[in-house]
Design a binder for this molecule. Structure first.
Ligand code: SF4
Length: 360
């Protein structure tokens, strides 16, 4: 049985006035004894900062890897997904606010040690474990230990994150990951400040770091919100930056917003907006652009950037036609498709199902 516990955190230092400053994310919370950080799962306990959510989860689920979303990383395979509670951003449109805004006692109903998670993933026939639902940045020590346990069992690790993290912990987190989907929530600092309570620059730094200085397979997601980040000009600037700074092979997902949390006065994103954004991305040289959170087989399938042929057909998370060779090339023209492929698709069939790991 896993034991829920607090773990002394890494990445903090003492200030001259006696407070402890957390160095994990750019928010740099300064804590007196007994105080918690903005993310809620890091707290000062006496003379140290602790991660109070170590070994505790808001729940486990087996998902298709496409749901993260990752379309070029072991397509069709199952991934054991979990998160904890809290978040280090305060996005008004949060689509997981019951987890990200919760206080841990409400939410952390399941418990599992890193080794138990890896063992469960093997038992459930998963190829990888994903740190998702809330941001693994804030439970870095738990995510890193779990990734270590996974590596020893030949499982891959996946981070789904907003990338709002300082340089030193960024290097540690991504050294343990095999794939990541990183949110680029908008392409304006004003949006990050007003809507998310953060800043754009650290996110761009994380994206460039992962794309250029690691072997982590990277995909990027932008949730388009009507009237806030969906103008032609902003999508044009964002996609040009992606091609220029990350490269044309980094897949870009445009997903639909649904009114939630503190942003209920905006309508859902029309499918036409996602299609428009995808068109701008492709015109600007992005090789793989996708729509998400709506039914759109054309926008969710993978097409060869060279000859335009269908490579992987998708309807929601279910795979259809597969026209990749064993070494990940277009079966029609031979152009390489960027990604991590193993010759044939997994067989999960697009379904998700929850699992419980603790015996309580
Ligand atoms: S990780 Fe949490 S405690 Fe640390 S600076 Fe960020 S929000 Fe504050």
């Amino acid at each position: 049985m896993a034991v829920a516990q607090s773990l002394q955190a890494r990445y903090w230092h003492r200030l001259a006035d006696g407070r402890l400053e957390c160095d994990l994310c750019p928010r740099a919370c300064r804590l007196h004894d007994g105080q918690r950080g903005f993310c809620f799962v890091r707290a000062r306990e006496g003379d140290v900062i602790t991660l109070t959510a170590y070994g505790r989860s808001s729940g486990f689920c087996v998902d298709p890897i496409e749901k993260k979303p990752l379309n070029h990383f072991l397509p069709g395979t199952p991934v054991l997904s979990f998160g904890t509670a809290g978040c280090n951003l305060g996005c008004k449109f949060c689509q997981n606010w019951d987890i990200s805004k919760s206080h841990e006692v409400d939410t952390l109903a399941d418990a599992a040690s890193p080794k138990e998670i890896a063992a469960a993933a093997v038992r459930l026939d998963c190829r990888s474990v994903a740190f998702t639902y809330n941001d693994p940045v804030i439970f870095l020590e738990y995510a890193v230990d779990t990734a270590d346990a996974c590596r020893s069992r030949r499982l891959r690790s996946v981070a789904v994150t907003a990338g709002y993290i300082c340089a030193e912990p960024r290097a540690e987190l991504f050294a343990h990951m095999d794939a990541a989907n990183i949110d680029l929530k908008a392409f304006s600092d004003d949006f990050y400040r007003r809507i998310c309570g953060g800043r754009l620059a650290p996110v761009l730094e994380t994206l460039e770091y992962v794309a250029r200085e690691t072997d982590v397979w990277l995909e990027v997601t932008t949730l388009l919100i009507p009237g806030l980040n969906d103008s032609d000009a902003e999508i044009d600037a964002l996609t040009r930056w992606v091609v220029d700074r990350l490269g044309p092979d980094v897949p870009l997902h445009f997903s639909a917003f649904h009114p939630d949390w503190k942003l209920r006065d905006r309508p859902p994103t029309p499918p036409a907006t996602l299609t428009r954004a995808r068109g701008i991305a492709l015109a600007n040289g992005v090789h793989y652009a996708y729509t998400g959170n709506v039914r759109d087989p054309e926008g969710q399938s993978t097409w060869c950037h060279s000859c335009g042929g269908l490579l992987i057909e998708r309807d929601w998370y279910r795979l259809g036609a597969w026209n990749l060779t064993a070494d990940g090339r277009c079966a029609t023209c031979g152009a390489a498709c960027a990604g991590v492929f193993e010759g044939r698709p997994g067989r999960l069939g697009g379904l998700s199902f929850p699992v419980r790991l603790s015996r309580r």
